[in-house]
Structure formats: structure tokens, C-alpha cells
Design a protein around this ligand. Structure first.
Ligand code: ADP
Ligand code: PMP
Length: 230
């Protein structure tokens, strides 16, 4: 296998671990060469009372990729994207995927379609149709949580049968591998379920896994999870 080289477009926080701060080091430990574009530079994650910092614009993202391109250093085996806060930035990510695939048609695009959790949307609602219609079809692997899976498929998920129905819809949109990062479905609130499904050469492989939930609430675990599905 060629040397794995990832472009990771995610948040940077000065204090704490979300986005690139959660993903880059674990990927390096897994043996990936990682190039990082910080989509925001914030003092801390958005769960704090205040957040200060800067947001990268789509023009600035395009400029960074152009710089790589002009130096002929934009060959990647993998692209990873996480939280995106605006329609224009998400549209620019589509362009980046297409550009990187011109350079490497086998590029694996791992997309965490971060939109919300437990029924709460934390991005503008205009991002939903873009993920659904443009980003999911471009992605090789997506890692939505249960709520994001509902948003992407217009299905209300109440049980495991609904989960696999939704996964099937996502495959039909063109995404090869779907990994549902966390789902709480049964009566037992101490259990978190993970579901994964891959369609390749007309063969379908599925797996599900239950894990014991700890009482703590973590931030950055979704980003760490997405970096670990490579
Ligand atoms: N309370 C928890 N107890 C144990 N593992 C957790 C907990 N919260 C998150 N995780 C781990 O982090 C992964 C991603 O979950 P989560 O952070 O909820 O994803 P997302 O940000 O996509 O909603 C889970 O698959 C699980 O492995
Ligand atoms: C700036 C930023 N980036 C990414 C995330 C994603 O964190 P998680 O992995 O817990 O979904 C957060 C959490 N709100 C955040 O504030």
C-alpha cells in the first residue's frame, strides 16, 4: 500500500481537544502523515460560556488548497472533514474533494456530517440538503450519529430495523461505508450502539456493537471516532 497521507479539514481549539486537536495525533499514531487545515481557530469548544477566535472563509480554504496545488503537494490518499458552520464553506469542501480526486481518483473521503445531536441542530438548517445531496454522494465513509442519520435520510429511527433502512438509503446515495458513531435505542440508557455497513463489489457487510456508556459527557469524542474509522 502507498504511504497514507491525510488532509484533515477541522476545527482547532487553543485549549482542549476537538476537531484537529482530537484527530491529528491519533492518526499520526496510526502511521498516517497528516496535513491539517484549521477551519476555525477558537479559544475553546463551543460548550463554554464564551468562544473567541477566527473562522476560515471558503476563499481562504480555496487559497490554501491552491498553494498546495501550485507546489504540486496536494496528493492525498485520504481526506477527513468534520464540523462545518456555513453553506459556502461546505460547498467549497465539495470543490476540494473533486480537486483532490483529479489528483488521486482513489482518494478516500471520510466525512463526519456534523449537524447536531439528540434532536438538537447546531449548524444552520441550510446545510442539511447540501450534505444529503452533494456531500454524502462524494463521501467514501460517513460517520453520522443517530440524529444526523435521521436528518440525512428523513427517517425517524426507533429501532434497529429503522437503522438498517436508513443505512440502505445512505448507500443508495452513493456512500460505500456508513458508520453510525453513537445510538441510544433500547431501554437501557447505559448502552451506546455503533452500527457499520460497507457495500463493495455488490457484497454487503454489516456489524453492530454495544458499548458500556460512562456517566461522563465528552466533547471531541466524535472527532476522535471519525479519525479511528480509517
Ligand atoms: N459517554 C460515553 N461513554 C463511552 N463512550 C463514549 C461516550 N460518549 C462517546 N463515546 C465514544 O465516542 C464515540 C463517538 O460518540 P459521540 O461523541 O457521541 O459521537 P458524535 O459526536 O458523532 O455524536 C462513541 O462511539 C463511543 O465510542
Ligand atoms: C469548535 C468545535 N469543533 C468540533 C466540535 C465537535 O465535538 P464532538 O467531537 O464532541 O462532536 C465541537 C463541539 N461542540 C466544537 O465546539
Amino acid at each position: 500500500m502507498e504511504d497514507p497521507r491525510v488532509l484533515s479539514i477541522q476545527s482547532h481549539v487553543v485549549s482542549g481537544y476537538v476537531g484537529n486537536k482530537s484527530a491529528v495525533f491519533p492518526l499520526q499514531l496510526l502511521g498516517f502523515e497528516v496535513d491539517a487545515i484549521n477551519s476555525v481557530q477558537f479559544s475553546n469548544h463551543t460548550g463554554y460560556n464564551t468562544v473567541k477566535g477566527q473562522i476560515l472563509t471558503e476563499k481562504e480554504l480555496a487559497e490554501l488548497v491552491q498553494g498546495l496545488s501550485e507546489n504540486n503537494i496536494e496528493y492525498y490518499t485520504h481526506l477527513l472533514t468534520g464540523y462545518v458552520g456555513s453553506v459556502s464553506f461546505l460547498n467549497q469542501i465539495s470543490s476540494v474533494v473533486k480537486h483532490l480526486r483529479e489528483k488521486n481518483p482513489n482518494l478516500i473521503y471520510v466525512c463526519d456530517p456534523v449537524m447536531g445531536d439528540s434532536g438538537k441542530l447546531y449548524v444552520p438548517k441550510e446545510l442539511i440538503p447540501i450534505y444529503k445531496n452533494f456531500i454524502v454522494p462524494l463521501a467514501t465513509i460517513i460517520t453520522p450519529n443517530l440524529f444526523e442519520t435521521e436528518l440525512l435520510t428523513d427517517i425517524t429511527i426507533k429501532n434497529v430495523v429503522d437503522v438498517w433502512k436508513a443505512v440502505d438509503i445512505l448507500h443508495k446515495k452513493g456512500c460505500e461505508t456508513v458508520v453510525i458513531s453513537s445510538a441510544e435505542l433500547g431501554d437501557d440508557s447505559s448502552i451506546l450502539s455503533i452500527f457499520a455497513s460497507t457495500v463493495k463489489d455488490k457484497s454487503l457487510k454489516k456489524l453492530s456493537m454495544d458499548i458500556k456508556k460512562t456517566a461522563n459527557k465528552f466533547t471531541g469524542t466524535g472527532d476522535l471516532f471519525a479519525s479511528s474509522v480509517f
